[in-house]
Design a protein around this ligand. Structure first.
Ligand code: SAM
Length: 223
């Protein structure tokens, strides 16, 4: 369901790079369903590359899917792609990949991102680097709720508020109340741990911020 939703976010006839392709299931799905015309399937680790090679060869898709072992977007040639997918990694790693791959993403008209943690950091980074959030989805698979974010170039960089960083454009999703409950529980745990911590200036500031985030999430839940 998660990979199918990511595939559905990709515009038809795109030239895609899937960073961290692992087994290349998504790359294969994109070609099989006639969504992408070409895919660069890229991964940094040899094991996933070997699995991906086998799957691509089994489907005889070597002419449509180019497999590369590289860090982030480093294996992508100039002008080779117009859509970047990065799924199944933390927001910190995704941001590092986007930062290092600015020349590649400058040529793209869409980013499809699925962070495992820290989506608020990703929203902040995108907005401050002239990328606007077009759409966001919540997908549940095996009891886990995943966030999928579609971003397109914006005319200017903007700074998001704390509420915009934490809530994004998920408000209309059916899973939103359950998702918010999870976020609230997580922040409550952080706050409880901070309450027990030694009272330094840094802890005081972090507590203030966490309390503000909790207020934002609770208000959104009550709406
Ligand atoms: N994208 C797939 C998905 O969503 O199902 C696989 C996710 S898997 C949890 C993460 C994959 O990203 C692994 O295969 C890992 O080797 C790869 N990876 C991690 N850091 C990477 C980086 N900096 N550049 C390329 N691939 C990376």
């Amino acid at each position: 369901k998660r990979l199918a939703c990511i595939a559905a976010c990709v515009p038809k006839n795109s030239r895609v790079v899937d960073v961290g392709c692992d087994h290349a299931y998504l790359a294969i799905e994109l070609i099989d369903r006639g969504i992408a015309c070409t895919v660069v399937a890229s991964d940094i680790v040899a094991g996933p590359i070997a699995a991906a090679r086998k799957n691509i060869q089994n489907r005889a898709l070597q002419d449509k899917i180019k497999l590369v072992q590289a860090n982030g977007l480093q294996g992508v040639q100039k002008g080779e792609v117009d859509c970047v997918i990065i799924a199944g990694m933390g927001a910190g790693v995704i941001i590092d990949i986007l930062e290092a791959g600015q020349e590649v993403i400058e040529e793209c008209n869409i980013l499809v991102l699925q962070p495992m943690v820290g989506i608020e950091l990703l929203r902040k980074w995108l907005a401050s680097h002239s990328w606007q959030i077009e759409q966001e989805y919540l997908i549940e698979e095996n009891g886990i709720i995943y966030e999928i974010l579609v971003s397109k170039p914006a005319s200017k960089a903007v700074e998001l508020s704390l509420a915009e960083c934490y809530l994004g454009k998920l408000g209309k999703q059916e899973l939103f109340p359950r998702y918010l409950e999870q976020l609230i529980k997580k922040q409550e745990k952080i706050l409880a741990a901070l309450d027990k911590a030694k009272c330094t200036e840094q802890i005081v500031q972090k507590r203030k911020k966490t309390a503000r985030i909790l207020q934002i999430l609770r208000e959104a839940y009550d709406e």
